[in-house]
Design a protein around this ligand. Structure first.
Ligand code: NCD
Ligand code: ZN
Length: 353
């Protein structure tokens, strides 16, 4: 039995495609092929490249590379160490938003000095998103600054009940605050760590079942689901000190469709969280005839090595899912079918800002 339905192309507002600098892990071609295989037609790439995107020069270099290699549409974030606020006026019209790390993560991008954080909130244009990695007390800091400077604040990869409750409270204040959760914090918990070992290492860390249940039970307060696709090689993840991050572009939609078949989420919520809200929050319009055809009845087992991502593994290896991406269309062109990418590097466009 098969049942083909059409969904608007997914917009993933949080990916790390590692290009330039760490193209042995992923690049704009392999990463956007992975996106298409997962029904994702637009990705927003993070600025924590090995040489971070902290200047207009680095941003335009990356934009050229992405434009040459991408097979799906894309947007780029600018990054900040709090000392590059002079660059903001030059880059604001080129990017989807500004990323700031208020907690430690892969690379050395943490902005610890509150004075610098404040300067960033003060200087970044108020009509463009500031997307923050903030956990615990750092969420309070981001919300306070948003209240003071009237920013458009987006808190990415919320994990715990405590953190989501802070955001739910702040939303009552009618501030411009939105948030997302990742598939791995919905589908995996610390109970999976013994078998995942280094492959389960991710920032923020996997949390408890009750935290995951709280996210599931409060999806109406969550604005987006984003993968935080953060590939590292098999060797790196098997090493003594594995880097944090896991791939997710190819597994988000099948996992969510499986959850639909178990009545954990509705198709309407998937569309809201992966398509409508990303456009609303970031203020852009997806191009016409950009959609995915999925077979909601087809069952298959997730593998690692056959994925499009260069990293060649998945934390969901061996999981049985129900719901398969069949065909993907961008601007009316069939870009993916029969598990193959049909367009050449450079097909993907930078979304208008
Ligand atoms: C990300 C990475 O590897 O770039 N790692 C992660 O665990 N999520 C960095 C990040 O998004 O914080
Ligand atoms: Zn990330």
């Amino acid at each position: 039995m098969s049942k083909i339905i059409k969904l608007p192309g997914l917009i993933d507002i949080h990916v790390h495609l590692r290009d330039p600098g760490q193209t042995y892990k992923e690049d704009f071609y392999s990463g956007t092929c992975a996106a298409l295989a997962g029904g994702v037609t637009t990705v927003f790439d993070m600025p924590n490249n090995i040489e971070p995107i902290f200047s207009y020069k680095k941003l335009t270099e990356k934009m050229t590379i992405a434009g040459q290699k991408a097979v799906c549409d894309f947007g780029l974030y600018f990054g900040t160490d709090g000392k590059n606020t002079d660059e903001f006026s030059k880059v604001q019209k080129l990017v989807t938003g500004l990323k700031i790390y208020l907690n430690l993560t892969t690379g050395k991008y943490l902005v610890d000095d509150e004075k610098l954080v404040e300067k960033v909130f003060q200087t970044w244009p108020k009509d463009k998103v500031i997307i923050v990695h903030a956990e615990g007390d750092k969420i309070d800091l981001a919300i306070d600054l948003c209240r003071k400077y009237k920013n458009k604040l987006h808190i990415t990869h919320v994990v715990t009940r405590n953190d989501l409750e802070k955001i739910m409270d702040a939303k009552l204040l009618k501030l411009s605050i939105t948030c997302d959760v990742t598939p791995h914090h919905l589908f995996l918990t610390e109970k999976d760590l013994p078998y995942l070992d280094g492959f389960g290492e991710v920032k923020p860390s996997l949390a408890s079942q009750s935290d995951a249940d709280f996210l599931w039970d409060n999806l109406k307060f969550i604005d987006c689901i984003a993968t935080d696709h953060a590939p590292h090689t098999l060797a790196e993840k098997k090493s003594f000190d594995p880097p944090s991050g896991m791939p997710g572009l190819e597994t988000m939609l099948p996992l969510l469709l499986t959850a639909v078949s178990k009545n954990r989420i509705s198709l309407e919520d998937i569309v809201r969280l992966t398509n409508i809200n990303p456009q609303r929050i970031f203020g852009f319009k997806q191009e016409e005839n950009t959609y995915v055809e999925v077979d909601t009845e087809e069952k298959y087992m997730i593998k690692g090595e056959e994925l499009e991502t260069k990293c060649g593994w998945s934390p969901y290896k061996g999981w049985k899912v129900k719901g398969k991406v069949k065909n993907v269309f961008i601007r009316g062109t069939k870009v993916f079918s029969e598990e193959k990418v049909l367009v050449t590097p450079g097909f993907g466009k930078n979304i208008p800002q």
